[in-house]
Write a protein that binds this ligand. Sequence first.
Ligand SMILES: Cc1cc2nc3c(=O)[nH]c(=O)nc-3n(C[C@H](O)[C@H](O)[C@H](O)COP(=O)(O)OP(=O)(O)OC[C@H]3O[C@@H](n4cnc5c(N)ncnc54)[C@H](O)[C@@H]3O)c2cc1C
Length: 414
Amino acid sequence: MTGKSHDVDVIVAGGGMVGAATACLLLRCGFAVAVVEARQPPRFDPEGEPGMRVSAISPGSARVLDQAGAWREIEKRRSCPYRRMHVEEAGHPDGLDFESVSFGLERLGTIVENDLVQSALWSVLENHPLVDVLCPATIQSFHEIKEGIEVALSDGRRLRARLLVAAEGATSPLRRQLGIRQDVWEYNQQGIVCVVTTDPPNPGVAWQRFLPGGPLAFLPLADGRSSMVWTRPADEAEPLLSLPDDPFLDVLSEAAEGGVGKPVAVGPRAGFPLAMRLSECYSSGRVALLGDAAHVVHPLAGQGVNLGLADAAALVETLLSARHAGAEGNVPEQLTKWQRWRRSESQVMAGGTHAIRALFTPSALSGIRAFGLRQVGKSWLARDFFIRQAAGLGRNAPRMARGDSLKALLRLRA
Ligand SMILES: Cc1cc2nc3c(=O)[nH]c(=O)nc-3n(C[C@H](O)[C@H](O)[C@H](O)COP(=O)(O)OP(=O)(O)OC[C@H]3O[C@@H](n4cnc5c(N)ncnc54)[C@H](O)[C@@H]3O)c2cc1C
């Protein structure tokens, strides 16, 4: 597949969950890939304490990770499927319940530690003959060459490819070098994360309460504990992060008002500043921006990495269609097509989470909130649309997310 003038077909900058998944999918389609990652990825320890950073992986994303060759390993190690999701507003504990069976789904999602997702993907990479993993390394500069792109690495090496994927996260240096503008909304909030033990244990429910300062979520872990994500105004987050465990548990119990159980123990805490970032475009010439490099959304809907995995699946599907159509050479045109698809999808998701966040700010009228929740609760269509989008199974989801295997896509004619 690689032409004489190229060392590999695709260079992927950033081996986080999105970059590593992209590389695995490309490799499994026969593309030669180089992965350039700045830091040695964390090793997952199945005997260790659960990590603080987890993701709610949608059923669509689980299929993408399966096609990438990582899902079995993830499920075998440590993951927690959830079949019920409860959403409520403080003071209105009735809230809304979503059950997977009502939507014909086996599960609504799976809570997985980020380190496990990344390390399962890296096991696939490290065992593949068509990959060149360059780590630690970064891309210093790049320029277009005839029918390709050449990059200069931090260690002085040069690499040529047909396509460069930028998946280096929210601060993507490649995006900055390309001069791609972003719309940025700083929320002046932090997401506090930690592992919480409750009494009784979490029965496998993804639970979320909207409080005046931001949502509080308890996501189920395999051992009955919960991964907590609590959005707080930035000036309130710092004191909460530095509180000793017992007073923190008191504040948490009051905020959760029962929730999935009384919080009785808490692990180390960390805070992440929250912002929404949307790039004006996701590609330029032969460079594609994927995952957080292209878009960052508020974590209240748990969609960041799910959007990134859909970007990866959609990119691979676009490249395969071009291959089938004999139009493999025209990478910029393929990327334009791909970004039109993915940009509209992530803008819908980003706009949705932005609006929900605004609806639950203290200045929004409580009556409007209650009305909104009631309408979603009453309308089967609204509930179905909401769940299908969150499950990664919407109308515009990549075929892999909707159940097509890579083998089937490799056979498919454009
Ligand atoms: C509190 C919180 C909770 C969240 N919960 C969820 C959730 O439940 N579900 C969900 O879908 N999303 C969730 N998200 C979002 C999710 O974590 C991100 O969308 C996801 O991690 C993005 O993955 P990525 O691979 O694009 O970027 P990153 O995870 O940032 O990975 C980027 C990689 O690139 C490497 N890198 C950086 N610079 C360079 C460089 N110059 N050269 C080479 N490599 C480089 C980094 O070392 C890293 O490995 C949450 C986010 C927060 C803050």
